[in-house]
Design a protein around this ligand. Sequence first.
Ligand code: PFF
Length: 468
Amino acid sequence: MQESSRPRALWGSRIGFILAAAGSAVGLGNIWKFPYITGNNGGGAFVLVYLVCIALVGLPIMIAELMIGRHTQRDAVGAFISLAGRRSPWQLAGWVSILAAFVILSYYSVVAGWTLDYILRALQGTFTAAAGTDAGQTAEHITALFGGLIENGSRQLIWHCIFISLCLGIVIGGVQKGIERWSKILMPVLLGLLILLFVNGMLSDGARQAIAFMFRPDFHKLTSGAVLEALGHAFFTLSLGMAAMITYGSYLSRKDDLFGSGLRIALLDTGIALMAGLAIFPIVFSAGMQPGAGPGLVFQTIPVVFSSLPGGNILALLFFLLLAFAALTSAISLLESQVAYLIDERGWGRKRATVCLASLAFVVGIPSALSSNVLRQVTPIADLGVFDSIDLIASNYLLPISGLLTALYVGWFWSGQEEKGELLAGGSGWIYPTWHFLIRFVAPVAVGAILYYKIEETGLFTLIKNLF
Ligand code: PFF
């Protein structure tokens, strides 16, 4: 049932929309994942490939999602129903994307909870070397903090609950008074924090080494795996395949320039990812440490480095605030995408939809919060915790499936006139032929390739073959 009696909420201003959508895009993926995969996959060569992936695949799909949202003025499932019909299989694209948003929010919130824990520790002065202890002792103490946190289920659950409650508090306020208002506060603060940390990094001894690590092209490291990683990351970092851009697009007015907005969002996202690398690695290198992988880099290496610097506790506080804000503006888009479904398709009120979905996300996230110890043994995928299994299923399968279906539908089955109209309305009709070529041919092949390799890599083909 579509709720037609209530007028649809719209963004109050274009900048409000751009900040909210960039807030969705800029998240944990930018601050820790991008710098790290760049360094490991050939530095400058990888950055080049990544930029090409953003321009040729990410941006066209983002524009397609915004277009679908704005044209139909509905949530992701309703949008495909309204375009292709209630019985059409294309609505699967909407369902998969909402499922992905649901699954990802549950564990994203657990990691975001860790950032809140570190903010509290910074406020308590944990990242200041205690007088009388040597550097080795301090490093050991701080490294142990992370292990202690992920072994401590109840502590993680409390933070997970607090983080989900923050999301709830923002989303319940609605599009303009909740999401837009908070994005307009959080995003400029996030940028300010990042600039401070970036300048600090560039002034430190490790700046040259960091620039070389991130930008010196090493084509030997640029394997086909690296190209796929660049593609996959371009997808995740722009919040594609998770209903977010369709939902945010549905609050746009008819006259907005979709191409111009999409371009700004992609530029902000990429610029922030690059700056994050140039903020983090100089200090890691100046302390003579190695860039470690994933959570280890952010929650172990960096705090240890901070504790060895004068004023390190303040830097730690700024850094974890930055991470928490980035995670919060991303998580609200995941929650909003699901809330929009209940409001548009089921006729629920915003309050009830937000409270129910946030509570559900909390409950579903519990295994992720506890996965480091007890539940690790009972997960179906060998050697992976619930946390990693969920991440693997969501980012390897759900996102590319919904992205592929979206690109195929928009490229091959949607009416060209309607698509063109969406671009013409904002004055970007000139980009239509290029965009149409990319969404029709390039995007499906690229996303199809990600899906194929991910399935092969995780042994799904072998599993299916063995079954028959
Ligand atoms: N783009 C976010 C990041 O880079 O961390 C992750 C994300 C948030 C994906 C919200 C999808 C989404 F809807």
